[in-house]
Design a protein around this ligand. Structure first.
Ligand code: SAM
Ligand code: SF4
Length: 464
């Protein structure tokens, strides 16, 4: 009998990937995904612990879900199994069990391959099943193969966890130590994705460019070598990877940007701050100039490389002068797109107890100033494309009839009137208008353009 599964996912792309894999693990038990929790036989909240109020959001969502669970029981429509997964579950599992005993399963990001056993236990016994282990075995060895097509643009987790211990970050505690999947396993998964219709793969990892593993040739590969091997898969038109750490940007990976046409000219390379004092307090182990030099080398290798990043404002002890260094760095680099956050104190991290915590008003003002600058850069970057043609991989139907949505090589979201038969194809689109977050265009030829034959007609300069 088919059972309804609803998963709500917060946070990063790794969580999106994990949710898709939970669907695969639960498929043999008869669960099929649905779009709303009402009436579902299982609801999983796949949570993120990166920023403040993460746990409160989960508890308020659980309050709403409890009513749906009770309603289902009263209607004698079977039982709703309620689960909390992901990084909040890992960090605050015991508190969830204590405060919300109606939750049936609480499990961390490294244990969801054991969902069938957890479901069996939860179905038998009253009370919550708590599983926040960091098991010795890798879940990747035990997960089933993907159950179906993962779409035109798919994620593939290659690396997980982090050993960097930035002083603000919970990831090393919630996701555990750095782990790289073997190359053979990744290549096999990529081939299955492509056979199922995927044309673009984004390699995922908390520190994806720290990936290293034994290649099928017996040599130790880094991410650059892995990307070259993936580029040999027939039908895989585009490769991306995220998120990278500046210290793990190996020479071969930089060269891959120059040499592998399938590797898209867009790089998310967080720097967090522009002040060396703050970078040291964050334990980033690189200076602002190291980052500048790295971006120069990347742009020497790939002149049209679009940069993206993450920034934290209001880190403990950050002065106006420190913050000015962040604005200066952003102005010099020129970002096509970036994420900026107010520092939020995370329990258990060193920065939560060190240095002067700044008032929220100061953080708010700095965030606003930084966002204005980043938004202006993004708008200037997008406006530079108006009147030019870009190769777009259409990966979704749009909200309006007859509209398709896709991405440019530089990660811009592009929409155009287009025949649905162009889904999954790379099509040349002339850009008619640019908005802050997207481009609107017209299909030029409707012909298939291969990643290697298309020479972008744009030369990008750092937008200021
Ligand atoms: N591993 C990546 C890196 O090294 O940049 C990203 C990890 S984290 C999931 C994504 C982003 O969240 C970080 O780059 C950082 O900007 C932000 N972040 C993490 N902890 C934070 C905190 N305590 N307060 C504010 N932002 C935070
Ligand atoms: Fe967090 Fe730093 Fe690791 Fe990124 S590198 S996941 S910010 S500890």
């Amino acid at each position: 009998m088919t059972k309804k599964l609803f998963i709500k996912t917060w946070g990063c792309q790794m969580n999106v990937y994990d949710s898709a894999r939970m669907v695969d693990v639960l498929a043999p038990l008869g669960y099929r995904p649905v779009d709303e929790p009402d009436g579902a036989d299982m609801v999983i909240l796949n949570t993120c612990h990166i920023r403040e109020k993460a746990a409160e959001k989960v508890f308020s969502e659980l309050g709403r879900l409890r009513q749906l669970k009770d309603r289902k029981a009263e209607a004698e429509d079977g039982r709703m199994i309620l689960a909390v997964a992901g990084c909040v579950a890992q960090a605050e599992g015991e508190e969830i069990v204590a405060r919300a005993p109606f939750v049936d399963m609480v499990f961390g990001p490294q244990t969801y391959h054991t969902l069938p056993e957890m479901v069996a236990k939860a179905s038998r016994a009253a009370g919550s099943v708590l599983n926040t282990d960091f098991p010795a075995e890798s879940k990747f060895d035990l997960l089933p193969e993907e159950a179906g097509s993962q779409g035109v643009a798919a994620f593939l987790a290659v690396q997980e966890g982090c050993d960097k211990f930035c002083t603000f970050c919970v990831v090393p505690y919630t996701r555990g130590a750095e782990f790289s999947r073997p190359a053979g396993q990744i290549l096999a998964e990529a081939k299955r994705l492509v056979a199922g219709g995927t044309r673009e793969i984004t390699l995922l990892g908390q520190n994806v460019n720290a990936w290293h593993g034994d290649g099928p040739d017996g040599a130790t590969w880094g991410l650059g070598r892995l990307i070259r091997a993936l580029a040999e898969i027939d039908g895989l038109a585009r490769i991306r990877y995220t998120t990278s750490h500046p210290r793990d940007m190996a020479d071969d990976l930089i060269r891959a940007h120059a040499e592998v046409p399938q590797l898209m000219p867009y790089l998310h390379l967080p720097v967090q701050a522009g002040s060396d004092r703050i970078l040291a307090a964050m334990n980033r182990k690189h200076s602002a100039d190291d980052y500048r030099r790295l971006v120069d080398r990347l742009r020497d290798a790939k002149p049209d490389l679009a940069m993206s990043g993450d920034f934290i404002v209001g880190f403990p002890g950050e002065t106006d002068a420190d913050f000015a260094q962040t604005l200066k760095l952003v102005t010099e680099i020129g970002y096509a797109q970036a994420y900026s956050f107010k520092y939020s104190s995370r329990p258990g991290t060193p920065a939560a107890v060190e240095g002067a915590q700044l008032p929220d008003a100061v953080k708010e003002a700095r965030l606003e100033a930084l966002r204005q600058l980043l938004d202006a850069q993004q708008i200037a970057f997008n406006h530079g494309f108006v009147g030019r043609s870009v190769p777009v991989l259409f990966d979704r139907v749009g909200r309006r009839d007859g509209q398709l949505l896709g991405r440019s090589p530089w990660m811009q979201s592009v929409h155009a009137e287009a025949d649905e038969r162009l889904l999954g194809r790379i099509v040349e689109v002339r850009v008619d208008a640019a908005r802050a977050n997207s481009l609107a265009g017209t299909v030029v030829t409707g012909e298939y353009v291969t990643a290697s034959s298309f020479q972008p007609a744009v030369t990008l300069e750092a937008s200021a």
